[in-house]
Design a binder for this molecule. Structure first.
Ligand code: ATP
Ligand code: LTN
Length: 333
């Protein structure tokens, strides 16, 4: 009765398509760390996904390594969780092909991220960009994940994954666990500092804070953050998107509630508030940056982590893929 005793499984991943940001930290990684003790966690660096838009090979390689160091520096523990690089586990691409044959063209056409990215990269709308969510479904289903901790923007993809799994199970009997998105209450959607109507994203250097930014850069970015023409620090997403975003960041950094933060800055004006938010983020990120730098100097250790991670991931992924081959009607190897 293995299924009754096993801890629930978590899977999540981030593309090494840019430097990690405060958005990816607060929307995803922070949660990943908190879940490590209670769940059986598998965390991936999804480099196959990254090449759905053009990447410079040297940058991609460097960023994948940096991302692994950052995962560990943020508190992911390779002794507790499986940390690995997607292209090291061939079962992801293999299952992705099979699942693509159980996914409708219409479903993929409706994906918001595809619509956005195909506008951003209008000269290079590849089949890979279109089938991106199928590969993501393969990531999740290979590990029979129960929960997928992600930011709000990835909810639609996890729901599609669930639909594909349900369809496959319906045709061939129970094969995949149906996963659910797990979205944080505070920090699900961190907005750009330059334009609080847009999501904070890696590809917008001034609007976003990178985990490896120096304190002086962080301070400058918060000083320049777009606010509004009032003076009161009050949470109101519609009327005050900039201030509300800063409050979200402040609370997610300090653990304070919105009410506590509003009271703290009552009557103080925006200048003092922005400085305090910047300082809170600087203190939050300082140990992460220092530990990342230390780890990057120890390549042998990082290599041992991703090798061991790939070995453990392949074992789990291989079991699911064999089951899928059997169900679909392939001859056993
Ligand atoms: P890109 O700009 O290349 O699309 P990104 O910065 O939007 O990348 P990823 O790094 O691919 O996002 O996202 C990693 C994880 O962090 C995902 O789970 C995503 O939901 C979450 N995330 C990313 N940006 C934010 C944000 N601004 N607020 C909350 N969560 C976010
Ligand atoms: N699509 C996600 C990254 C991603 C992912 C996954 C997240 C790829 N595979 C599996 C959770 C589970 C993104 O763009 N942030």
């Amino acid at each position: 009765m293995e299924s009754n005793v096993r801890k629930k499984r978590i899977f999540s991943g981030i593309q090494p398509s840019g430097e990690l940001t405060l958005g990816s930290y607060m929307g995803a990684i922070k949660n990943w760390v908190a879940l490590q003790d209670e769940y059986d966690c598998v965390y991936c660096i999804v480099d196959l996904h990254a090449i759905t838009v053009r990447q410079n090979p040297a940058d991609l390689r460097r960023r994948a390594m940096e991302q692994l160091a950052q995962y560990i520096a943020c508190g992911l523990d390779p002794e507790k969780s499986i940390l690995f690089i997607q292209s090291h586990v061939p079962q992801h691409a293999e299952l992705s092909w099979i699942l693509g044959c159980y996914t409708q063209f219409g479903e993929l056409s409706r994906m918001t991220q595809f619509k956005q990215k195909s506008q951003q990269h209008a000269d290079n709308i590849t089949a890979g960009l279109f089938t991106y969510p199928v590969l993501m479904a393969a990531d999740i289903l290979l590990y029979q994940a129960d929960l997928v901790p992600v930011g709000e923007d990835q909810k639609q993809h996890v729901e599609l994954c669930r639909d594909i799994a349900q369809r496959f199970n319906g045709v061939y009997s129970e094969t995949f666990v149906l996963p659910e998105p797990f979205i944080p209450k505070m920090g699900a959607r961190i907005m750009s500092l330059g334009n609080p109507m847009n999501k904070m994203s890696k590809s917008d250097p001034e609007g976003c804070v990178y985990l490896l930014d120096r304190p002086e850069d962080i301070r400058r970015k918060f000083k320049r953050a777009v606010t509004d023409s009032e003076t009161s620090v009050r949470f109101d997403k519609e009327a005050k998107p900039g201030i509300s975003n800063l409050l979200t960041i402040y609370c997610a950094s300090t653990g304070k509630t919105v009410e506590e933060a509003e009271a703290e800055f009552a009557g103080q004006g925006y200048g003092a508030f922005k400085t305090a938010v910047g300082d809170a983020v600087i203190e939050l990120m300082r140990p992460v940056r220092e530990e990342t730098e230390r780890l990057l100097a120890d390549k042998a250790y990082l290599e041992s982590v991703y090798r061991e991670g790939a070995r453990r991931a392949q074992y789990l992924a291989g079991k699911t893929l064999a089951k899928v081959h059997r169900k679909v009607g392939f001859i056993a190897r």
